[in-house]
Structures are given as C-alpha cells and as structure tokens.
Design a protein around this ligand. Sequence first.
Ligand code: DAH
Length: 363
Amino acid sequence: MDLALLPPEVAQAHGSFPAALAACADLDGLMRLKGAFVGREGSHAARLMELLKAAPKEEKRDLGAAINTLKNVWEEGLKGRQAELEAARKQAAALGNAWDPDLPAPCPPTGALHPLTRLMDRLVDVFRPLGYHVEEGPEAETEAHNFDGLNIPEDHPARGSADTFYFKEQALLLRTHTSPVQVRVLQRIAAVGPDGLSELERAGGIRFLAPGRVYRKDEIDPTHSPMFHQVEGMLVGKGIGMHHLKGTLAYAMKALFGPGAEVRFRPSYFPFVEPGAEMDVRCPLCGGSGCRVCKGSGWVELLGAGLIHPNVLRLAGIDPEVWSGFAFGMGVERTAMMVSQTPDLRLFFENDQRFLKTMGGLD
Ligand code: DAH
C-alpha cells in the first residue's frame, strides 16, 4: 500500500500502530485504540471510507483494495492483542483464586548426597550396631604410614613413582589405600596414658571403619580412575581369628545386599595380613547364573581382608602375643557399580544430574 495516498494523519497513525498496540496494558485501553482505528464514526477507517466515496470512479477499485488491506492489518493486530490480554487476565484471576496464604511456599530444588557418599554412609550404618565407629586419616600421607607401618617391603611395586603420586618437596604422597588409617589408629591406641594403660587396654579392644578417597596413577577408563574411594575396616581384640572376620563380613553383606547374600573367601596375599583373603559375593544381579557384571562366573570380588600381620601390630607398639585382629578394605565404586548396574565408573564423577537422579539402586 502506498502510504503517500493516505491523508498524512492516517499514514502517521498507521506507522505508530504496532507501538500503540503493544502499549495497551489492559482491555479498556485496547477498546479505545480499536475505536480510534476501526470504530464506526470518527475513526481512521471511517475517514478512509469517506475518501473512497469521494474518489473518482476509476480509482475506486485500487483504493478500495488498499483500504481493505489496511483495515485487515488493524483488525488482526487488535484481535491478537485482545487474545493476549484476555489470557493474561484469566491467568491472573486463576492465580488470585488459587493463592492460599496457609500453604507452604514452593521449595527451590534441594541438593542430595552423592550416591557414593550414600553407599559409604550405609556401610557405616551396617557396622555401627556391631560397635564400629568412624576414623579418618589424611589424604596426603607419609611413606611411613602408607607403606612402612603396613609391613610393605622396600621393593614393593606400589612404592614406585609409576603407581603412586609423590609430592615434589615434602616426603609425602597421596595415599594409595585407606589402610594407613590402620597404622595411625594403632599408634594412637598403643600410646600409654597417665594411668599407665594404653587406650587399647582401657577399651579392651577397638573396632572402626575408615571411609575415604585414595589415589593411584591410573588412566581414566570405564573401570579405573586416579581417584576413587575405599572403606577400611579393622578390629583389634584378644583371640581374634578368621572365623570372626568371616562371620562379621557375612553378616555385613546380608545387611547390605539382603538376607540371601552369599560370600566366599579365597586365599590371597597382602603384606599387612596373614593369612590374607579376598572375599567374593554371589553376583547380586544374576544370582549366580552368570552375567556381564560377574563375567559369567556368578561371583564378584568385593574386598581384601585378613588377620592383622604381627609385624603391623609390633611396628605400632602393640604386643602381638596379647592382641590380635582382622582388617578388610573394600572398593566403593566397584560396589556401587555392581549394585546400580552402572557400566562406567566415570559417570560417578561427571556430575550429570540425569544420571545421579536415577541412582535408585543405591537408596
Ligand atoms: N589396601 C588394600 C588395597 O588397597 C585392600 C586391603 C586388603 C585392605 C586386605 C585390608 C586388607 O585391610 O586386610 O588393595
């Protein structure tokens, strides 16, 4: 439409129509705008109809078509804006009716404990009724606690810098397992108090869990990470044997996986225990018939364990002729992957909420 054909005030009004429309904040305002543009009398449309009437016959057809186009633009615009304002009014009314000052305020989404933390908490809950408490140790450890005190020989491959993160300046390393907490606790409870008795003697024994992060120089892949978690367990008492260890762990696995959980022990070697063992549980996914998780064997390896080596007690200042005990160390990610059927360990560290929220298997 050639705006030059229009009377200047109509052309100007048409130019500002979109802005005027958007500025209408309510239906009353919109009705006023409607009156000014397409109302029966005195509107811009009425003005154009008069113009059409007065136009010479041969111009009427083109002018009429142009005026119609213009009127359509106005009417469509007004209709659209009316629908918007009515919807807004309805929504406001609905909100007004629904607002109940006695209802609790809507809560922002809250965080939740990480699945690995929940699994470690659950293990602690399983052992707490058996008298176990939680002990902690530093992640930046000394060689003395991480290796020497655990009877690990000087030439053991784990001591090499290919497997262990060493700090450059200090004689420290990132602990490669939670077992150094054993050494720290043993040294502490061996220390004699003012009454001439050690904490161990006063308490008649000790039992604890030590959950935490450990580090190894492993490339990240679906089953390895340079940082992962372990839960260490230890009991020191008098006359402790493999039967105590097996009974305790069999009980704990039933508490963790259900009353049908079965365990088996295989002889194994760790320098800080004698005898040493590895414990498997009957695959909780397939029940033992064989699946991807247990690689067809029906069993999955869960932890290392054994009776505390006399050297470990002696090095900490505890008499192995009087005291004995057991220890075990469990991989948390490995257990979590099994329980939740998670095929890739990296999912635990990527903080993808879609994964973390579906960790129902760990609740
Ligand atoms: N520290 C061992 C590891 O990292 C696991 C372990 C084995 C812990 C035997 C123990 C134990 O307490 O008795 O592989």
